[in-house]
Ligand binder design. Structure first.
Ligand SMILES: CC[C@H](C(=O)O)C(=O)SCCNC(=O)CCNC(=O)[C@H](O)C(C)(C)COP(=O)(O)OP(=O)(O)OC[C@H]1O[C@@H](n2cnc3c(N)ncnc32)[C@H](O)[C@@H]1OP(=O)(O)O
Length: 257
């Protein structure tokens, strides 16, 4: 079964992480399939914009697959994984077509990095959002700090990053992280109606404004900043604080029983 579903609807390419039993945690399959899907969507003339979302109703994305990546113990072992997803998110951030994260559920850890790599975040209420990496001995490691500082007021971005807290959708909206929160019980159709209205203009108009936005960036400097974040996260990955925290997460249900 594919770890990433890809569809087309009304000018949108819809990429859906398809691992709901693991709260749409990102593993190597998701990374590879997402990079290929972004490239296909960008090259597809029928696509005006890209939606990234998660399967199920509980989680948009819970970040890296802590079980699959738990076997990465050293800085040298962690770096390639972090670099691989950092490349995917940099590709998404620099996509020539507008991108939107449709938050169908929780966006935590690398999931929050995936969301902030997109131009817009449309969310249902009753979800958790947070750069929670600090609670497991890490910082963001896929470029999330770089993207957050590009998109948000720096004091709000830094508060979300250094606190590593979990915020409600409404709190995240107050911080300038969220673009829109649905209000109705039928959040899915409300979200798609909002997105359809946001992107109602023709593809050349949408991609022109994205080009104007991208032209303000020093892309070489941006890549350097992302690489610095990835290398530092790899260094932190090797420390006991991180490995102990992951063990605690993986064993939490044993303790409860
Ligand atoms: C640079 C990025 C960085 C990295 O990986 O390198 C990170 O992303 S670090 C941060 C990693 N993510 C987390 O620590 C998030 C942990 N998950 C949660 O906080 C919760 O699971 C939540 C809020 C996403 C959902 O809570 P809920 O109560 O709805 O579900 P459960 O916690 O009972 O989980 C259900 C099921 O999913 C598995 N799961 C959840 N998150 C992950 C994950 N990140 N990796 C792997 N598996 C995950 C969880 O273990 C349960 O599976 P089960 O087989 O039943 O144990």
């Amino acid at each position: 079964m594919s770890s990433l579903l890809e569809s087309r609807k009304d000018g949108a390419a819809i990429l859906t992480i398809n691992r709901s039993l693991k709260r749409n945690a990102i593993n190597y399959d998701v990374m590879e399939e997402m990079l290929e899907a972004i490239s296909r969507a960008e090259a597809d003339s029928s696509v005006s914009y890209i939606i990234v979302t998660g399967s199920g109703e509980q989680s948009f994305c819970s970040g890296g697959d802590v079980r699959e990546f738990h076997n990465l113990r050293t800085e040298e072992e962690a770096y390639p994984m972090l670099r691989k997803m950092g490349t995917v998110l940099e590709r998404l951030f620099l996509c020539k077509k507008p991108t939107v994260a449709l938050l169908n559920g929780h966006a935590v850890g690398g999931g929050s990095e995936l969301a902030i790599a997109c131009d817009f975040r449309i969310s249902r209420s009753n979800i958790q959002v947070g750069f929670i990496q600090g609670s497991i001995g890490l910082t963001t490691g896929w470029g999330g700090t770089v993207f957050a500082l590009e998109r948000m007021k720096s004091d709000h971005a830094m508060q979300m990053l250094i606190s590593a807290d979990r915020y409600s959708a409404e709190e995240a909206f107050e911080k300038g992280y969220m673009t829109y929160i649905t209000k109705s019980a039928n959040w899915h159709s409300e979200a798609y109606e909002y997105i359809g209205n946001l992107f109602k203009r023709s593809s050349p108009i949408l991609s022109s404004y994205k080009m104007y936005w991208l032209s303000r960036l020093d892309q070489d400097k941006l890549s350097e900043r992302i690489e610095q974040e990835i290398r530092n996260c790899a260094r932190l990955w090797a420390k006991d604080e991180h490995h102990i925290a992951v063990e605690a997460f993986l064993n939490r249900k044993k303790k409860q029983s």
